[in-house]
Design a protein around this ligand. Structure first.
Ligand SMILES: [Zn+2]
Length: 147
């Protein structure tokens, strides 16, 4: 989403801000990964969680490079700023896992509250359904930008 935002805004600052905002908007859509995170926090199935994150990150990098390399007119600066903004919230959450300072812990709680806002009200979905929804959203975003 950060790359796609960066392709359509004029400045890196705006791309970064919209990247951060898009992160929270997309986090609202249930991912089916809440149990994965709970297990990780409780020290259960840690390897499974780490493999999931590694595969997710590798796919994100591949898609990022594809979108970066195939963007016809857009500025690399704004696309990279959009991606950095989109990654920033999860980076701060991960940083909070290691560096237990009050602002990061506050941010972690806010992030989780937003991440689980819909899933905790309507019930969570399976991880498989979460991955399916994300792939459909990704395909739709790429289709809209590439048409
Ligand atoms: Zn997030």
């Amino acid at each position: 989403m950060g790359v796609l935002i960066g392709q359509n805004v004029p400045t890196p600052g705006l791309a970064f801000a919209l990247g951060v905002a898009s992160h929270f908007m997309l986090d609202l859509i249930p991912h089916g990964d809440s149990q994965l995170y709970t297990n990780y926090k409780e020290g259960q199935a840690v390897n499974r969680s780490l493999i999931y994150v590694a595969v997710d990150s590798a796919l994100a990098i591949i898609i990022f490079i594809y979108l970066l390399e195939t963007a016809p007119y857009a500025s690399r600066e704004t696309m990279i700023a959009g991606v950095v903004g989109g990654i920033c919230p999860d980076f701060l959450v991960a940083l909070g896992e290691g560096v237990k300072i009050r602002p990061l812990l506050w941010f972690q709680r806010l992030h989780i509250r937003i991440h689980n806002a819909i899933a905790s009200r309507v019930g969570n979905i399976s991880l498989g359904m979460g991955i399916f929804i994300q792939l459909v959203l990704l395909a739709a975003m790429i289709f809209i930008v590439k048409r």
